[in-house]
Design a protein around this ligand. Structure first.
Ligand code: NAP
Ligand code: ZN
Length: 351
């Protein structure tokens, strides 16, 4: 075991504070990673403030962070795929049972025994796992991803959650050339959704509450941008979408988007508001439309997404911050005042 610097919250209402956490020494298939950047996902805020107390109660102290990019510093004797110096990433999972049908299919995100990167029982050290708001982490090589060296590491970090969470449902629902695709909410996930839908060749419409983000949506790759608070703009798209990705983090009218789907169209929720959403039955049944959800993505698909980003030069648009500004960043995230992801420069933790 060794000590690593980190930032944690002591309760749902506490500010972040500097702390020291234990990490295991890398043995067997373990990879030790010096963390360079960690993105701030809205899920970090949901968990740190215990907003998901029913589905996923927070255990304190809590060290969030599951959008990790770093350099390998040491590997266990059984590691074959990584060596010191490699640029790597870690997303939302650090382990699973590897034996269930989901794991066998490369869909570790559905394994009943998955270990999340933070706030999950830690099999090695007891207590719970601690995430990427830290200077280093030790992860089994199966859950370590290769980051194409051509990508900027600060902008690549959010790919490990925001990237795979938007890429996976688009692949599953067949987003491709000739499809009309909507992306609701232009935050961390939403802006990646726009980039992927564009790169996959679809006609992309971004939905935002903010007229100020309209121009930006077009620059990100949207063909059109709609201010969702404007009913006339919304009506113009009625019954026309093959697929809509909903990334909204708070309560909102999902029925307004169901109306925009064509026959057999699908809307997939990736946003995870704490309270249940109201779903209008007629909106679904009249067009045989469907509503589904999607959590992150498996390890194989996460690597596919990173390689796709390498080939298409895709990274997140990030505002790089020192870790000392994480509380301020959370407040700004709540106001949707980030273009489009905060990425923590972990050098600030080593000062
Ligand atoms: P984010 O950066 O805060 O973006 C959310 C966006 O939703 C905002 O930028 C805003 O877009 C829109 N929005 C916020 N409040 C709204 C409201 N009251 N009504 C309508 N729109 C609103 O958050 P994120 O990191 O992208 O995460 C989004 C959600 O996905 C969170 O709930 C997060 O926990 C969840 N998530 C799920 C998964 C998964 O596996 N499914 C993975 C990661 C995150 P505009 O300003 O453009 O309107
Ligand atoms: Zn996340």
């Amino acid at each position: 075991m060794y000590n690593a610097k980190a930032y944690s919250v002591a309760s749902s209402t506490s500010p972040f504070a500097r702390t020291t956490i234990a990490r295991r020494d890398p043995t067997g298939h373990d990879v030790q990673i010096e963390i360079l950047f960690c993105g701030i996902c809205h899920s970090d805020l949901h968990v740190a403030r215990n907003e998901w107390s029913v589905a996923m109660p927070a255990v304190y102290p809590c060290v969030p962070g599951h959008e990790i990019v770093g350099r390998v510093t040491k590997v266990g004797s059984g590691v074959t795929r990584f060596k010191p110096g490699d640029l790597v990433g870690v997303g939302c999972m650090v382990d699973s049972d590897r034996t269930c049908p989901e794991c066998q299919a490369g869909l570790e995100q559905f394994c009943p025994n998955t270990t999340l990167t933070y706030n999950s029982p830690d099999k090695h050290l007891g207590g719970v796992t601690y995430g990427g708001y830290s200077e280093s982490v030790v992860v089994d090589e199966h859950f370590v991803l290769r980051v194409p060296p051509s990508l900027d590491p600060a902008g690549a970090a959010p790919l490990l959650c925001a990237g795979i969470t938007t890429y996976s449902p688009m692949r599953h629902w067949g987003v491709t050339k000739g499809k009309k695709v909507g992306v609701v909410g232009l935050g961390g996930l939403g802006h990646m959704g726009v980039k992927f839908a564009h790169a996959l060749g679809a006609h992309v419409v971004a939905f935002t509450r903010s007229p100020a983000k309209k121009e930006a949506a077009l620059r990100l790759g949207a063909d059109e941008a709609v201010v969702s608070r404007n009913p006339d703009e919304m009506k113009r798209h009625a019954g026309s979408f093959d697929f809509i990705l909903d990334t909204v983090a708070a309560d909102h009218d999902v029925g307004a988007y169901i109306q925009l789907l064509c026959r057999d169209g699908n809307i997939t929720l990736v946003g995870a508001p704490a309270k249940p959403l109201a779903v209008p039955a007629f909106g679904l049944l009249l067009g045989r439309r469907s509503l589904s959800g999607s959590p992150i993505g498996g390890i194989r698909e996460t690597q596919e997404m990173l390689d796709f980003c390498g080939a298409h030069h895709i990274t997140a648009d990030v505002e790089v911050i020192p870790i000392q500004k994480v509380d301020e960043a959370y407040e700004r995230l709540l106001r949707s005042d980030v273009r489009y992801r905060f990425s923590i420069d972990m050098a600030s933790l080593r000062l």
